[in-house]
Design a protein around this ligand. Structure first.
Ligand code: NAP
Length: 309
Protein backbone atom coordinates (compact mmCIF):
# COMPACT_ATOMS: atom_id res chain seq x y z
CA UNK A 1 0.00 0.00 0.00
CA UNK A 2 1.48 3.31 -1.10
CA UNK A 3 0.66 6.75 0.25
CA UNK A 4 0.81 8.07 -3.28
CA UNK A 5 1.03 6.67 -6.80
CA UNK A 6 2.04 9.07 -9.56
CA UNK A 7 1.09 7.98 -13.06
CA UNK A 8 3.28 9.45 -15.78
CA UNK A 9 6.89 10.63 -15.77
CA UNK A 10 6.89 13.72 -17.94
CA UNK A 11 7.67 17.11 -16.38
CA UNK A 12 4.48 17.02 -14.26
CA UNK A 13 4.99 13.46 -13.00
CA UNK A 14 8.70 13.87 -12.27
CA UNK A 15 8.09 17.29 -10.67
CA UNK A 16 5.53 15.60 -8.43
CA UNK A 17 7.88 12.68 -7.68
CA UNK A 18 10.66 14.99 -6.51
CA UNK A 19 8.30 16.90 -4.20
CA UNK A 20 6.75 13.65 -2.92
CA UNK A 21 10.17 12.30 -2.01
CA UNK A 22 11.00 15.51 -0.16
CA UNK A 23 7.69 15.14 1.71
CA UNK A 24 8.82 11.58 2.58
CA UNK A 25 5.64 10.06 1.15
CA UNK A 26 5.80 6.37 0.34
CA UNK A 27 5.54 6.88 -3.42
CA UNK A 28 5.47 4.81 -6.60
CA UNK A 29 5.80 6.28 -10.10
CA UNK A 30 4.34 4.28 -12.99
CA UNK A 31 5.29 5.06 -16.60
CA UNK A 32 4.35 3.12 -19.75
CA UNK A 33 7.13 4.51 -21.96
CA UNK A 34 10.69 3.22 -21.96
CA UNK A 35 12.03 6.74 -21.32
CA UNK A 36 10.87 9.45 -18.95
CA UNK A 37 10.27 12.99 -20.17
CA UNK A 38 6.93 12.79 -21.97
CA UNK A 39 6.26 15.08 -24.90
CA UNK A 40 9.44 17.14 -24.41
CA UNK A 41 11.43 14.19 -25.73
CA UNK A 42 9.91 15.08 -29.11
CA UNK A 43 10.92 18.75 -28.88
CA UNK A 44 14.02 20.01 -30.60
CA UNK A 45 14.73 22.90 -28.23
CA UNK A 46 12.99 24.23 -25.13
CA UNK A 47 13.86 27.89 -25.04
CA UNK A 48 11.65 29.07 -22.20
CA UNK A 49 12.53 26.86 -19.24
CA UNK A 50 14.24 29.18 -16.75
CA UNK A 51 17.97 28.65 -16.37
CA UNK A 52 18.28 26.33 -19.38
CA UNK A 53 18.16 28.49 -22.53
CA UNK A 54 18.17 26.44 -25.73
CA UNK A 55 18.35 23.06 -24.00
CA UNK A 56 17.11 20.20 -26.20
CA UNK A 57 13.90 18.47 -25.12
CA UNK A 58 15.82 15.19 -24.87
CA UNK A 59 18.45 16.73 -22.54
CA UNK A 60 15.84 18.42 -20.35
CA UNK A 61 13.87 15.16 -20.06
CA UNK A 62 17.07 13.33 -19.18
CA UNK A 63 17.95 16.00 -16.56
CA UNK A 64 14.52 15.59 -14.93
CA UNK A 65 14.91 11.79 -14.98
CA UNK A 66 18.43 11.94 -13.54
CA UNK A 67 17.25 14.21 -10.70
CA UNK A 68 14.47 11.74 -9.84
CA UNK A 69 16.86 8.75 -10.06
CA UNK A 70 19.30 10.50 -7.71
CA UNK A 71 16.48 10.56 -5.17
CA UNK A 72 15.86 6.83 -5.71
CA UNK A 73 12.77 7.37 -7.87
CA UNK A 74 12.98 4.98 -10.83
CA UNK A 75 9.56 4.60 -12.45
CA UNK A 76 7.94 1.19 -12.65
CA UNK A 77 7.59 0.76 -16.42
CA UNK A 78 4.23 -0.83 -17.09
CA UNK A 79 1.11 -0.12 -19.08
CA UNK A 80 -1.94 0.47 -16.90
CA UNK A 81 -5.01 -1.55 -17.87
CA UNK A 82 -7.46 -0.02 -15.43
CA UNK A 83 -7.87 2.39 -12.54
CA UNK A 84 -10.48 1.05 -10.13
CA UNK A 85 -12.46 2.53 -7.25
CA UNK A 86 -10.60 5.81 -7.53
CA UNK A 87 -13.25 7.67 -5.54
CA UNK A 88 -12.84 5.20 -2.65
CA UNK A 89 -10.40 5.28 0.29
CA UNK A 90 -8.11 2.77 -1.39
CA UNK A 91 -7.45 3.30 -5.09
CA UNK A 92 -6.46 0.29 -7.21
CA UNK A 93 -4.26 0.29 -10.31
CA UNK A 94 -4.17 -2.83 -12.44
CA UNK A 95 -1.44 -3.64 -14.95
CA UNK A 96 -0.90 -6.89 -16.87
CA UNK A 97 1.30 -8.31 -14.11
CA UNK A 98 0.50 -6.34 -10.95
CA UNK A 99 -2.16 -4.76 -8.82
CA UNK A 100 -1.10 -1.65 -6.88
CA UNK A 101 -2.96 0.18 -4.16
CA UNK A 102 -2.61 3.73 -2.89
CA UNK A 103 -4.35 6.21 -0.64
CA UNK A 104 -3.88 9.03 -3.16
CA UNK A 105 -3.17 9.34 -6.88
CA UNK A 106 -1.57 12.00 -9.04
CA UNK A 107 -2.58 11.64 -12.68
CA UNK A 108 0.11 13.08 -14.92
CA UNK A 109 -0.19 11.01 -18.05
CA UNK A 110 -0.43 13.98 -20.36
CA UNK A 111 -1.62 14.16 -23.89
CA UNK A 112 -0.73 12.84 -27.33
CA UNK A 113 -0.77 14.25 -30.85
CA UNK A 114 -4.06 14.89 -32.63
CA UNK A 115 -4.59 13.26 -36.01
CA UNK A 116 -5.91 14.95 -39.14
CA UNK A 117 -8.15 12.00 -40.03
CA UNK A 118 -7.72 12.44 -43.79
CA UNK A 119 -7.10 9.80 -46.49
CA UNK A 120 -3.49 8.62 -46.63
CA UNK A 121 -2.65 9.58 -43.03
CA UNK A 122 -2.81 6.09 -41.54
CA UNK A 123 -1.67 4.21 -44.65
CA UNK A 124 1.46 6.36 -45.08
CA UNK A 125 2.29 6.71 -41.40
CA UNK A 126 6.01 5.90 -41.12
CA UNK A 127 6.29 6.11 -44.92
CA UNK A 128 6.59 9.88 -45.00
CA UNK A 129 3.87 10.83 -42.52
CA UNK A 130 5.32 11.78 -39.15
CA UNK A 131 4.22 13.44 -35.91
CA UNK A 132 7.77 14.13 -34.71
CA UNK A 133 10.12 16.31 -36.73
CA UNK A 134 13.03 15.89 -34.34
CA UNK A 135 12.71 12.10 -34.52
CA UNK A 136 12.27 11.75 -38.28
CA UNK A 137 13.54 15.01 -39.78
CA UNK A 138 16.96 13.61 -40.71
CA UNK A 139 15.32 11.32 -43.30
CA UNK A 140 14.32 14.44 -45.26
CA UNK A 141 17.74 16.06 -45.61
CA UNK A 142 17.85 18.08 -48.85
CA UNK A 143 14.29 17.02 -49.64
CA UNK A 144 10.90 18.74 -49.42
CA UNK A 145 8.73 18.65 -46.31
CA UNK A 146 5.29 19.95 -45.43
CA UNK A 147 4.36 20.87 -41.87
CA UNK A 148 0.66 21.15 -41.03
CA UNK A 149 -0.44 23.36 -38.11
CA UNK A 150 -0.06 26.86 -36.75
CA UNK A 151 0.89 26.41 -33.08
CA UNK A 152 4.24 26.32 -31.28
CA UNK A 153 4.97 22.74 -32.29
CA UNK A 154 4.30 23.35 -35.99
CA UNK A 155 6.45 26.49 -35.87
CA UNK A 156 9.32 24.70 -34.07
CA UNK A 157 9.08 21.80 -36.53
CA UNK A 158 9.19 24.12 -39.54
CA UNK A 159 12.25 25.96 -38.22
CA UNK A 160 14.00 22.69 -37.36
CA UNK A 161 13.25 21.15 -40.77
CA UNK A 162 14.32 24.32 -42.60
CA UNK A 163 17.86 23.57 -41.39
CA UNK A 164 17.75 20.15 -43.07
CA UNK A 165 15.39 20.34 -45.99
CA UNK A 166 15.66 22.07 -49.32
CA UNK A 167 12.20 23.56 -48.84
CA UNK A 168 9.51 23.50 -46.15
CA UNK A 169 5.85 24.37 -46.68
CA UNK A 170 3.97 25.41 -43.55
CA UNK A 171 0.28 24.82 -44.19
CA UNK A 172 -2.09 26.59 -41.80
CA UNK A 173 -5.86 26.80 -41.90
CA UNK A 174 -5.98 30.51 -41.00
CA UNK A 175 -4.08 33.65 -42.03
CA UNK A 176 -2.28 34.10 -38.69
CA UNK A 177 -0.19 31.70 -36.64
CA UNK A 178 -1.06 30.75 -33.06
CA UNK A 179 2.66 30.21 -32.28
CA UNK A 180 4.60 32.54 -29.95
CA UNK A 181 5.90 35.75 -31.49
CA UNK A 182 9.57 34.75 -31.13
CA UNK A 183 8.93 31.56 -33.10
CA UNK A 184 7.04 33.48 -35.75
CA UNK A 185 10.04 35.79 -36.16
CA UNK A 186 12.29 32.75 -36.64
CA UNK A 187 9.94 31.34 -39.29
CA UNK A 188 9.72 34.56 -41.25
CA UNK A 189 13.52 34.81 -41.19
CA UNK A 190 13.93 31.38 -42.86
CA UNK A 191 14.13 31.83 -46.61
CA UNK A 192 13.30 28.21 -47.41
CA UNK A 193 10.01 28.17 -45.43
CA UNK A 194 7.01 28.96 -47.60
CA UNK A 195 3.80 29.86 -45.78
CA UNK A 196 0.62 28.38 -47.21
CA UNK A 197 -2.19 30.33 -45.51
CA UNK A 198 -5.91 29.64 -45.24
CA UNK A 199 -5.47 26.07 -46.39
CA UNK A 200 -6.76 22.77 -45.08
CA UNK A 201 -5.22 19.40 -45.91
CA UNK A 202 -7.52 17.08 -47.86
CA UNK A 203 -5.39 14.02 -48.63
CA UNK A 204 -1.84 12.77 -48.19
CA UNK A 205 -0.71 11.51 -51.57
CA UNK A 206 1.46 8.52 -52.41
CA UNK A 207 1.34 4.74 -52.79
CA UNK A 208 4.33 3.24 -50.98
CA UNK A 209 5.69 6.58 -49.77
CA UNK A 210 4.52 10.15 -49.52
CA UNK A 211 4.64 12.15 -52.73
CA UNK A 212 2.64 15.19 -51.69
CA UNK A 213 -0.26 16.80 -49.91
CA UNK A 214 -3.55 17.86 -51.47
CA UNK A 215 -4.92 21.06 -49.93
CA UNK A 216 -7.86 23.42 -50.36
CA UNK A 217 -7.77 27.17 -49.87
CA UNK A 218 -10.81 27.91 -47.70
CA UNK A 219 -11.18 31.46 -49.04
CA UNK A 220 -10.99 30.68 -52.77
CA UNK A 221 -11.99 26.98 -52.63
CA UNK A 222 -9.06 26.31 -54.97
CA UNK A 223 -7.54 22.84 -54.60
CA UNK A 224 -3.91 22.10 -55.35
CA UNK A 225 -1.19 19.55 -54.68
CA UNK A 226 2.08 20.34 -52.93
CA UNK A 227 4.84 17.98 -54.00
CA UNK A 228 6.67 16.73 -50.90
CA UNK A 229 8.61 13.79 -49.52
CA UNK A 230 7.45 14.14 -45.93
CA UNK A 231 4.33 15.44 -44.18
CA UNK A 232 4.75 16.45 -40.54
CA UNK A 233 1.48 16.79 -38.66
CA UNK A 234 1.46 19.20 -35.69
CA UNK A 235 -2.18 20.10 -35.14
CA UNK A 236 -2.35 19.97 -31.37
CA UNK A 237 -2.82 17.44 -28.66
CA UNK A 238 -5.60 15.37 -27.14
CA UNK A 239 -5.56 14.34 -23.47
CA UNK A 240 -4.99 10.70 -22.52
CA UNK A 241 -8.09 10.47 -20.36
CA UNK A 242 -9.71 7.26 -21.66
CA UNK A 243 -8.84 5.38 -18.44
CA UNK A 244 -10.70 7.87 -16.24
CA UNK A 245 -13.43 9.21 -18.53
CA UNK A 246 -16.23 7.47 -16.61
CA UNK A 247 -14.81 8.22 -13.17
CA UNK A 248 -13.79 11.89 -13.21
CA UNK A 249 -15.38 15.10 -14.39
CA UNK A 250 -13.88 16.08 -17.77
CA UNK A 251 -14.41 19.25 -19.82
CA UNK A 252 -15.89 19.24 -23.33
CA UNK A 253 -12.43 18.59 -24.84
CA UNK A 254 -11.71 15.62 -22.58
CA UNK A 255 -9.32 17.33 -20.12
CA UNK A 256 -9.70 16.51 -16.41
CA UNK A 257 -11.46 19.39 -14.63
CA UNK A 258 -8.92 20.54 -12.04
CA UNK A 259 -7.57 23.93 -10.97
CA UNK A 260 -4.06 24.95 -9.98
CA UNK A 261 -4.14 22.75 -6.86
CA UNK A 262 -4.89 19.70 -9.01
CA UNK A 263 -8.07 18.80 -7.11
CA UNK A 264 -10.36 16.63 -9.27
CA UNK A 265 -13.96 15.48 -8.78
CA UNK A 266 -12.73 12.35 -6.91
CA UNK A 267 -11.36 12.67 -3.36
CA UNK A 268 -7.66 11.88 -3.14
CA UNK A 269 -7.16 12.04 -6.93
CA UNK A 270 -5.14 14.95 -8.28
CA UNK A 271 -4.31 15.96 -11.87
CA UNK A 272 -1.10 17.65 -13.03
CA UNK A 273 0.27 18.87 -16.35
CA UNK A 274 -1.27 18.77 -19.83
CA UNK A 275 -4.02 16.39 -18.72
CA UNK A 276 -5.89 19.02 -16.69
CA UNK A 277 -7.94 22.05 -17.67
CA UNK A 278 -5.56 25.03 -17.85
CA UNK A 279 -4.76 28.09 -19.94
CA UNK A 280 -1.05 27.50 -20.62
CA UNK A 281 0.40 24.06 -21.39
CA UNK A 282 4.16 24.50 -21.03
CA UNK A 283 6.98 22.56 -19.37
CA UNK A 284 7.24 25.17 -16.64
CA UNK A 285 3.52 24.99 -15.79
CA UNK A 286 3.59 21.17 -15.87
CA UNK A 287 6.45 21.08 -13.35
CA UNK A 288 4.68 23.49 -11.01
CA UNK A 289 1.47 21.47 -11.35
CA UNK A 290 3.38 18.45 -10.05
CA UNK A 291 4.54 20.36 -6.98
CA UNK A 292 1.06 21.76 -6.31
CA UNK A 293 -0.55 18.33 -6.68
CA UNK A 294 1.82 16.88 -4.06
CA UNK A 295 0.96 19.72 -1.65
CA UNK A 296 -2.73 18.92 -2.18
CA UNK A 297 -2.12 15.18 -1.75
CA UNK A 298 -0.21 15.84 1.49
CA UNK A 299 -3.12 17.86 2.90
CA UNK A 300 -5.56 15.12 1.87
CA UNK A 301 -3.45 12.36 3.47
CA UNK A 302 -2.95 14.37 6.66
CA UNK A 303 -6.71 14.86 7.00
CA UNK A 304 -7.31 11.12 6.43
CA UNK A 305 -4.60 10.05 8.88
CA UNK A 306 -5.95 12.42 11.53
CA UNK A 307 -9.55 11.32 11.07
CA UNK A 308 -10.41 14.79 9.82
CA UNK A 309 -12.47 14.54 6.63
P1 NAP B 1 -1.84 24.06 -30.47
O1 NAP B 1 -1.18 25.22 -29.81
O2 NAP B 1 -3.17 23.61 -29.97
O3 NAP B 1 -1.93 24.40 -32.03
C1 NAP B 1 -2.55 23.48 -32.90
C2 NAP B 1 -2.54 24.12 -34.26
O4 NAP B 1 -3.07 23.19 -35.19
C3 NAP B 1 -3.41 25.38 -34.32
O5 NAP B 1 -2.75 26.37 -35.07
C4 NAP B 1 -4.68 24.89 -35.01
O6 NAP B 1 -5.26 25.88 -35.81
C5 NAP B 1 -4.18 23.77 -35.88
N1 NAP B 1 -5.17 22.72 -36.07
C6 NAP B 1 -5.89 22.06 -35.12
N2 NAP B 1 -6.66 21.10 -35.67
C7 NAP B 1 -6.43 21.18 -37.00
C8 NAP B 1 -6.94 20.45 -38.11
N3 NAP B 1 -7.83 19.45 -37.97
N4 NAP B 1 -6.51 20.78 -39.34
C9 NAP B 1 -5.60 21.77 -39.52
N5 NAP B 1 -5.07 22.48 -38.50
C10 NAP B 1 -5.49 22.19 -37.26
O7 NAP B 1 -0.93 22.73 -30.43
P2 NAP B 1 0.65 22.47 -30.43
O8 NAP B 1 1.37 23.44 -31.27
O9 NAP B 1 0.80 21.02 -30.70
O10 NAP B 1 1.05 22.73 -28.93
C11 NAP B 1 0.42 21.92 -27.92
C12 NAP B 1 0.63 22.56 -26.55
O11 NAP B 1 2.00 22.42 -26.20
C13 NAP B 1 0.33 24.05 -26.60
O12 NAP B 1 -0.34 24.40 -25.41
C14 NAP B 1 1.70 24.69 -26.68
O13 NAP B 1 1.77 25.99 -26.13
C15 NAP B 1 2.52 23.70 -25.87
N6 NAP B 1 3.95 23.78 -26.20
C16 NAP B 1 4.78 24.19 -25.24
C17 NAP B 1 6.15 24.33 -25.48
C18 NAP B 1 7.05 24.74 -24.35
O14 NAP B 1 6.69 24.63 -23.17
N7 NAP B 1 8.24 25.24 -24.63
C19 NAP B 1 6.65 24.03 -26.75
C20 NAP B 1 5.76 23.58 -27.73
C21 NAP B 1 4.40 23.46 -27.44
P3 NAP B 1 -5.93 27.21 -35.17
O15 NAP B 1 -4.80 28.10 -34.80
O16 NAP B 1 -6.78 27.71 -36.28
O17 NAP B 1 -6.73 26.72 -34.00
Amino acid sequence: MYDLIIIGSGPAGLGAAIYAEQARLNTLVIEKAAMSGGQILLTEAVDNYPGMPGISGMDLGEAFGAHARKLGLEPQREKILSLENISGEIKTIRTKKHEYQAKALILAFGAEHRKLDIPGEDDLSGLGVSYCATCDGAFYKDRIAVVVGGGNVAAEDAVFLSGLCERVYLVHRRDALRADQTLQEKIFACENIEMVWDSVPLEILGQDEVTGLKIRNIKTNEERELTADGVFIAVGIVPNTTLVKDQLKLDENGYICAGEEGVTSAPGVFAAGDIRTKALRQVVTAVSDGANAVASAQKYLWRKDNGND
